[in-house]
Design a protein around this ligand. Structure first.
Ligand code: SF4
Length: 269
């Protein structure tokens, strides 16, 4: 059982989230053929076994993370091969030879554009310069992302004013990038914040859980279940996302929900 102490100003509330929630979602996704994480190779496991991620793999992780914003992820996933080709398999010297419009047009051709594409691609050369600065100071991107606790790395890469800020990265996209290179964590995105909020699983007293509440809750569940934080985050995300589980969406399908007995929204009906 996860316990989170929350000051209310007068007294402390103990809000709990049962690990059975994770198991129910995991089983549901497996039975529906959406995901079977027991049979998927985890990048966290690869890193734990000694894999070092190359600069190209870091740039791929950053690119996938950026492209995941404000779009249907299933569409990006279907086009991984075309995206990898468009970005020259993440050879930064090749990327630098091309203007941002080349990538904007390429992404549109693949049907992978979003309203953020222009701004993201405009920042591409500057972001590569930041990556090169990090490599010159730390020896590699891998050395940098493993040089301090994950939350500190996220702050350095997503905070305005930081010399390591990656343009267009906020905390959620930075967590996504780190997960893509095998650094364990949870992405506090709209799905996670909403499902853990006060009106649903009630980890937070706010309608949307904060970044830290998401991270704390997932970290504790990870300790209890033995699953990576990223796997727990992935399960919740799949349960919510369009073209995946599509259960706990903005208009949730509570009648089909396998964790409804734990949910404030369902209990209050
Ligand atoms: S009961 Fe409804 S609101 Fe609650 S977690 Fe399930 S789908 Fe989401």
């Amino acid at each position: 059982m996860v316990s989170i102490l929350m000051p209310t100003g007068i007294k402390e509330w103990m809000v709990t989230m049962d690990k059975q929630i994770v198991y129910n979602i995991k089983e549901y996704l497996k039975n529906k053929g959406i995901a079977d994480i027991d049979n998927e190779q985890s990048k966290m496991q690869l890193r734990a076994e000694g894999k070092v991620f190359s600069t190209e793999e870091h740039l791929q992780g950053m690119t996938y993370s950026l492209l995941s914003a404000q779009t249907v992820w299933a569409n990006i996933e279907r086009n991984f091969a075309g995206i990898d080709r468009l970005f020259f398999y993440y050879d930064k010297d090749e990327i630098k030879k091309h203007d941002y419009t080349y990538f904007v047009m390429g992404l549109k051709r693949l049907g992978c554009g979003s309203r953020l594409t222009n701004a993201q691609m405009k920042a591409l050369h500057e972001n590569i310069a930041t990556v090169e600065k990090i490599i010159s100071e730390y020896g590699s991107m891998d050395a940098f992302v493993t040089s301090r606790p994950q939350r500190d790395v996220v702050k350095l890469m997503s905070s305005n004013g930081s010399k390591y800020k990656i343009k267009q990265f906020g905390p959620a996209l930075t967590w996504e990038y780190l997960r893509n290179v095998g650094i364990d964590g949870a992405k506090p995105d709209v799905h996670m914040k909403r499902i853990l909020g006060s009106e649903r699983l009630g980890v937070s007293t706010k309608i949307e859980a904060t970044d830290d509440e998401v991270l704390d809750a997932v970290e504790k569940l990870s300790k209890e279940t033995g699953l990576w934080m990223a796997e727990i985050d992935y399960l919740f995300w799949l349960y919510c996302a369009t073209d995946k589980g599509e259960i706990c969406t903005s208009s949730p399908r509570c009648e089909k929900c396998v964790i409804r007995e734990y949910c404030n929204r369902y209990k209050s009906k």
